[in-house]
Design a protein around this ligand. Structure first.
Ligand SMILES: Nc1nc2c(ncn2[C@@H]2O[C@H](COP(=O)(O)OP(=O)(O)OP(=O)(O)O)[C@@H](O)[C@H]2O)c(=O)[nH]1
Length: 388
């Protein structure tokens, strides 16, 4: 199954929440437009990205190019600002109905005038989906522009919402940059349980599969279980994992790993770190010592500092970004566990508030459940617009 298919299926909780909420908002104060011949389905194509911001297909990583809608599909998609064209209803009356020349009436499509009341309900729905107050207000204000006072169907609102979400997310959708520098050092930070180890395993395996030589340093030396878990991932990926005795200095392990990676001509060195936020001063010192030590070997290292966030923590992810930006020079984000959470909206809030690159998202525990972040796919999946 394509990653888009997985994303769509696994974001069901978030999208069904928005789906149902939008349905309820339109029904509440909506009028049935039974006279309009329009297919009552939410299976419309994903909205086209805003023309000014859509990246050319050639700029996308191959994984995304594969899963994104084809140019033909996109060219058939209605512009988010325009209501979709009415499609002739298919005869549904069954054999007898057709023999008798009768057709089932096409299901009526509810519409509602976009007024202040409806905008307020929309804001509340977006806030409930973890988009945060500021972002929810901005998104609804932009949806209202050019549509205020118009009668909208659920599909039209979803298309407008998806287009707006994609517009917010587009500037932050950046795959992990790869440099010619060897080894490229990637420091991975985040609270315990956010998915650092799993993300390192997935990244290692994907880069290895792409022909890169990868070394992993199990820098959370305080948790034997974390080290063991990383070893399992390393074995799976066929990547060496450097470990140190429990309780030993992670900076010294990072130094050894850097030495090994340089000696072996590795392309990538992934360094896991501890995530104990209980004592921020200790953690800050630990992280800055790792950085100091690896800079003795390469003054530009680490080349990336990835903050791994767990989507199920919702708004808490925002405060984690604030905290870790103080502890380390965070250069990009990875959001894990987007599967099975109703809190996917937090990614929109993160993009809107911090503008940090979102390099990848995780939608499961398997090795291939990590992919570059695609704003249009995400927006379509989150709003429930996506189709196979
Ligand atoms: N459903 C789902 N689970 C995930 C995802 N990423 C990680 N997990 C699970 O989340 C749990 C914690 O992940 P870890 O990778 O151990 O997190 P960590 O940040 O390394 O945690 P510590 O080792 O405690 O520091 C594990 O059970 C993973 O299998 C994801 O994208 N989706």
């Amino acid at each position: 199954m394509s990653f888009f298919g997985k994303l769509k299926n696994r974001l069901m909780k978030s999208s069904s929440k928005l789906d149902e909420g939008l349905d309820a908002i339109v029904q509440d104060g909506g009028e049935d437009a039974a006279s309009e011949v329009e297919a009552a389905t939410n299976q419309s194509p994903p909205p086209s990205p805003p023309a000014s911001q859509a990246p050319p297909a050639s700029d996308r990583p191959p994984e995304l190019a594969k899963s994104a809608a084809s140019p033909q599909e996109l060219s058939h998609a209605p512009h988010p600002a325009e209501p979709p064209k009415a499609e002739p209803a298919k005869p549904q009356g069954g054999l007898l109905g057709r023999l008798l020349g009768r057709q089932a009436e096409s299901a009526p499509v509810a519409r509602r005038v976009l007024d202040d009341d409806m905008l307020e309900q929309l804001e509340e729905l977006l806030i409930a989906s973890d988009m945060g107050v500021d972002t929810a207000l901005r998104v609804t204000a932009n949806i209202a522009e050019g549509r205020f006072g118009k009668r909208l169907s659920v599909i039209e609102i979803k298309q407008a919402l998806a287009a707006e979400i994609a517009r917010v997310m587009d500037p932050v959708a950046r795959p992990l940059p790869l440099y010619s520098k060897k080894p490229q050092v990637v420091l991975v930070v985040g609270v315990n349980g956010s998915g650092k180890t799993t993300t390192i395993g997935k990244l290692a395996s994907q880069f290895k599969a792409a022909g890169k030589k990868v070394v992993i340093a199990a820098g959370d030396t305080f948790r034997a279980a974390a080290v063991e878990q990383l070893q399992v991932w390393g074995e799976r990926a066929g990547v060496p994992v450097l470990t140190a005795p429990e309780g030993s200095d992670p900076a010294s392990l990072a130094f050894d790993a850097m030495t090994k990676a340089q000696a072996e001509g590795a392309d990538l060195l992934l360094i896991d770190t501890a995530g104990r936020l209980q004592n921020r001063a200790d953690l800050m010192e630990e992280l800055s010592k790792i950085v100091r030590v690896i800079r003795k070997k390469d003054p530009d290292a680490p080349h990336n500092t990835l903050l791994v966030l767990d989507a199920t923590t919702g708004q808490n992810a925002l405060s984690q970004v604030e905290t870790f930006r103080k502890l380390a020079d965070v250069t990009g984000l990875v959001m894990t566990k987007l599967d099975g959470t109703a809190r996917g909206g937090v990614l929109v809030a993160l993009a809107d508030k911090f503008g940090l690159p979102i390099h990848a998202i995780g939608v499961g525990e398997q090795i291939d459940d990590l992919a570059p972040f695609d704003p249009e796919e995400f927006a379509a999946a989150l709003t429930g617009l996506a189709v196979e």
